[in-house]
Design a protein. Structure first.
Length: 174
């Protein structure tokens, strides 16, 4: 019971902590409670569907990433050439190149921002699918093994005795 209280004290919300303690204490008074823990971080790092999603996303975005890297290299080359030539070219030519470089840099920044936004959106879509499957696996285990409550994340310390992450990974990796 002391280790349970230690684990629960890490919960951010005092109200949630009080509710959890009352529920566990109440259930414990009636019968022995069965509690488990699942590490979402490990699920997202080690589950086959999460790894497959990462590979899928990398394949989907690799061409755009390479294009952005190429564009960044061209911009750097143009900036270096302008720096090198600025002492020997006429002022009007230097200003023209600076404007061109500024316009290209703005376009690059816009494309880079769009890339990050699209990448984050796709990653969130794929990870939500993995988390949905994970939740189903957790419910399956909880029902089969008669757990009263299963916590995800949160906790300064979680006893390996109640960690069922390996069981969830086993179901997800089938």
């Amino acid at each position: 019971m002391k280790s349970l209280i230690k684990s629960l004290t890490s919960l951010q919300s005092t109200g949630l902590l009080a509710i959890c303690l009352m529920s566990v204490t109440s259930a414990h008074a009636q019968e022995s409670s069965k509690i488990a823990f699942v590490s979402s971080e490990r699920i997202l790092r080690e589950a086959a569907p999460a790894k497959a999603a990462q590979v899928k996303i990398e394949a989907e975005f690799s061409k755009r990433d390479k294009d952005l890297q190429d564009q960044a290299a061209r911009l750097k080359g143009m900036a270096d050439k302008l720096d090198k030539d600025s002492a020997v070219i006429p002022e009007s030519e230097r200003l023209k190149r600076q404007r061109e470089l500024t316009d290209l840099d703005k376009d690059f920044q816009r494309k880079q921002r769009e890339f990050r936004e699209d990448l984050n959106q796709r990653r969130n879509e794929e990870l939500s699918i993995v988390l949905e499957r994970s939740t189903k696996a957790i419910k399956q285990i909880a029902e089969a093994e008669k757990y009263d409550i299963v916590f995800q994340e949160g906790g300064v310390y979680v006893s390996p005795r109640i960690d069922i992450t390996d069981k969830v990974l086993k179901i997800l990796n089938k």
